[in-house]
Structure formats: C-alpha cells, structure tokens
Ligand binder design. Structure first.
Ligand code: SF4
Length: 493
C-alpha cells in the first residue's frame, strides 16, 4: 500500500519556490531534467552527514522506509516505536492532513519531544526554517508535545585534531522561535498548495529569479525552451536580476540590446563579438606580458576536493584538499615538452605526498605558469599553515608564479568564441579548437573533485583505476592547454 500523502516536506518547499514546480513535480516527473553527477553526489553527501549526526544521539531505532515509496510503513513503525516508549528514533515519519514529513532524529524527554533536522550546510538558512516549520506543524498537530526543534549543521570552524569530535563538528541551533512564528503561514500555505495541485492544468508561471532561488529547479529544460542561443542570459558577469529586468522588457536576444540598457565595457565587447564577429588582439600588451615570462617553464595545475567531514589532521569541514597535479615542463622554446603527474592514494592524507612530490618536480628555478593563480597560491598557503614543515620551501615558489589568465582577463586577446569569459574552458576551444574537453569523462574541476571523493568509498579496483585514469587525463589536458595557449600568444607578433 502506498502512502496517501498529497504534500511532503520537500514538495512543500518546491511549492514555496514556484507553483509550476510543485505541479510538474507531482504530475509530470517525466519532464524533469536528468540529475547531474554533481547533484547526485550532493544528495548522497547529505545522507552520509545525516547518518554521522545520528551518533550524537546514540542508541536510537531507525524507522526509515524500506523504499522511498513506502512511507506508510515508516509512519506505522514510528507510531509503534513511540507507543513502546522508545526514547530516540531516526528517520521518524509523521503525516497530518495528508502532509508527510520525516524527521532526521526525534528524542523523547520527560516533558516532550525534541526534533533535530540534519543539514550538511554550514549555517541555518530560510529554507531550513521553513522545513522545520512544516515538521513542527505536522508533529504538533498530531498531538505530540514538541519541546524544541533544532537544525544540526556543520561547524566550519572545527579543525580536526586526532579522532573526529562529533560534538565540535556539528552545531545544534534551536529554531523553535522562528518555527512558532511560521505556524499560521504553514497552515495557509498547505491549503493553498493543495488548491494548486487540484488544478486541471499546469499553472502559468513565467521563468524568473525563482528558477534558481533558493535552489536550481529541475524543470529548467522544460520551462526555458523559448530562450534562444545568444540571449541576455549568456551575458558574462551580469547579475541574474539585471538579466531578468531585460527579459521582462522583452529584451531577450543579444541583438535586442541597445546602448541605453546599462552594460559595462566587457559586456559590450561580448555582445559586439557575437553580433559583428569582432576580435581583439592588443599586440603591445601581449608582448609586454610575454616579456615577464622566461624559460625554463613549468605549466602547473592542481585538483582539490572538499570533504564536508574533515578526514585529515589539521583540516576543516569543506576545506579544499589538493590531491593531484599535472606539470608540463619546457626547458627552452625549442626543447621537447615533458610531462609528469601525481595523484594521491585515497587512503592517506593527500596533501603530504602531493607537496613532497610537487616540490621535487618544481625544483628551485624556472617560471611556474598557472591559470588563475589565486587557486594554486591559496592551496599552497593552506599547506604552509597546516603542514608547517614545508612552509619555507613553499614560500620560495610564490615569486615564480605567473598567471596565464591575465591577458584574457584584461582582454589583450579576445575572440567572440570566448563568449565574454576568460575561463580556460572558453579560452581553450576559442584559441586551440583541436584540443577539447568535449567527450572527456571528467571535464571540469567540480566533477574531478567528486570523482576523487568517490574513490574514498569504492572498493572495486577496476572502477578505482578507471576513475584515476580519467582524473589524470583531465588534469593533463589543463596543463597541455596552457602550453598551447602560450604558443598562440607567442605567435601574435
Ligand atoms: S523552471 Fe522556473 S518557472 Fe519552471 S517550474 Fe521551475 S521554477 Fe517554475
């Protein structure tokens, strides 16, 4: 028997974001955009943190449903456990007026229940309060006395020393005061959302800021079909609010833009590039930039991942942990190009072998060419802070770092194909179309980070080796891209 709920906590939150989102989610799931690997990883990260937080309240009984469609079994089990006098229940499910909610942890005290909602974020936000408000509305209306309701979230100030200290890793923040203030709002909103779901057709809602706020909606592919290529939404560096102001005035295509709409120099450049195929090559500025670089050159790129729970000594939640580098080396303009690379074994603190290997490879002299130097420099400074043993050697690297992004950021070189961006992901295909991130299993830093994180829990050697190979290929392309981009700059004059 399937649970007969009309709304759940998560659909309620969708309904707060957009009526159409709520309606489509309940009636037309087939129109949902496919979940990206990144989104899937974020969901499973939330689950892992939730299971860890249960240890703050040990000895509880799990009432989670056997499958996502069998919430009726979870509701029944929760009721039975409460009747039996269980003090701590994980994933307890409740339903009131056909609105379903599962509470991560409920704890019985002498004078009532305490509810804990676990979030993998580092602060409480409005969505969490709305989530807790519906939870409270359901449980209290069922006749249970709710003494307190709290959000359990990650404390980003925690620095791991030795064993994981769960009491320091998590912050528990009562949101009871805000939740009580929202009870009438929840009751009214539940009634309103039920009326939306009773409609015979999809609510008419135009696209807007709500499509991404507070979360990116899963129906973008369906609702945004009318937005053409080269639209105002492609303008680089423009706030989304401003883009919607233009959209609402009927200014949708880049060719609709007139000079009086308030766009900056770079945005004008992007628009002109698309409309007139305009290219910029400032030979003098490029020459001056190139005069700051000399051989031998090391083209360097790092990859890092951000585990929500600190896995290593002297690291914080969500700290960027470098685990991989690629280096292309050229001794002189005409010498052969050499490549070396490193990826840490997932069962050790990657920072130690990473920095030891890197320091050996980079030696004492030669320019270190990176793309967007703030990333590499920040990672190195973090290693200086966390592993002071390497601080002096790392310090000597900083003066050698050159940022290859600069000529593109400053628009010394601009092609329309860069679409207003100076990210290497746009600059490379524009300048060196024969090299491409297309068809790569891992094609961006976010996916690389999640791929490495997945290695921590995998035990299938074939899969582990396949992912490592994909990571190495991706990072290698990043540094080869820099070599080829520099060659293009050198050919300018
Ligand atoms: S894409 Fe925007 S308009 Fe469409 S359902 Fe989602 S939030 Fe609503």
């Amino acid at each position: 028997m399937a649970s007969s709920h009309i709304l759940s906590k998560s659909t309620f939150l969708k309904g707060l974001q957009c009526d159409k989102h709520l309606y489509l989610y309940k009636n037309n799931k087939e129109l949902l955009d496919p979940l990206s690997e990144m989104q899937q990883a974020i969901f499973s990260r939330g689950t892992d943190v939730g299971i860890l937080a249960q240890q703050l309240f040990p000895g509880g009984i799990d009432a989670a449903p056997p499958s996502p469609t069998k919430f009726d079994e979870s509701i029944k089990l929760t009721e039975e456990l409460i009747k039996k006098g269980e003090q701590i229940i994980y994933e307890a499910s409740f339903m009131f007026e056909q609105v379903l909610a599962a509470a991560d942890i409920v704890v019985k005290e002498q004078d009532g229940w305490k509810i804990y909602e676990v979030k993998s974020s580092t602060a409480v936000n409005e969505v969490h309060i709305n989530d807790a408000a519906v939870q409270y509305w359901i449980v209290s209306n069922l006749g249970y006395k709710v003494k307190d309701i709290s959000i359990v979230h990650i404390n980003n100030q925690y620095v791991r020393k030795g064993e994981l200290d769960l009491n320091s890793l998590f912050n528990i923040e009562s949101v009871l005061k805000f939740v009580l203030e929202k009870q009438k709002f929840v009751a009214d909103e539940v009634a309103r959302q039920k009326r939306v779901l009773n409609k015979k057709s999809i609510p008419k809602v135009d696209i807007g800021m709500h499509c991404t706020d507070p979360y990116p909606c899963g129906f973008i592919g369906y609702c945004w079909k009318h937005i053409p290529e080269n639209s105002v939404f492609d303008i680089s560096g423009m706030h989304l609010k401003k883009k919607f102001e233009l959209y609402e005035k009927g200014i949708i295509k880049l060719s609709d833009i007139t000079s009086d709409v308030g766009i900056n120099k770079n945005q004008q450049l992007q628009i002109q590039g698309v409309l007139t195929n305009k290219t910029i090559i400032d030979k003098e500025a490029i020459k001056e930039f190139l005069s700051t670089i000399s051989y031998p050159m090391y083209f360097v790129d790092f990859e890092s991942f951000q585990p929500p729970v600190p896995l290593y000594e002297n690291s914080k939640p969500y700290q960027q942990i470098p685990f991989q580098y690629s280096v292309h080396y050229k001794k002189s303009p005409d010498s052969e190009l050499h490549h070396c690379e490193f990826i840490a074994e997932p069962d050790t603190d990657p920072r130690i072998p990473f920095i030891e290997n890197l320091l050996k490879v980079l030696g004492n002299k030669g320019d270190i060419i990176v793309y967007n130097k703030s990333f590499e420099i920040t990672r190195l400074k973090e290693i200086q802070r966390d592993l002071p043993k390497y601080a002096k050697q790392i310090e000597k690297l900083f003066d050698r770092v050159i940022d290859l992004m600069l000529p593109f950021q400053k628009r010394y070189y601009y092609l329309p194909e860069m679409k207003g961006s100076y990210s290497i992901k746009y600059v490379l295909p524009a300048l060196v179309p024969e090299l491409s991130y297309d068809n790569m299993a891992i094609a961006d830093g976010g996916t690389a980070s999640l791929a490495y994180e997945s290695l921590l829990t995998l035990d299938d050697f074939i899969k582990i080796n396949e992912i490592k190979k994909q990571l190495l290929e991706y990072c290698k392309l990043d540094t080869l891209a820099m070599v080829r981009i520099l060659e293009r700059l050198e050919k300018v004059y």
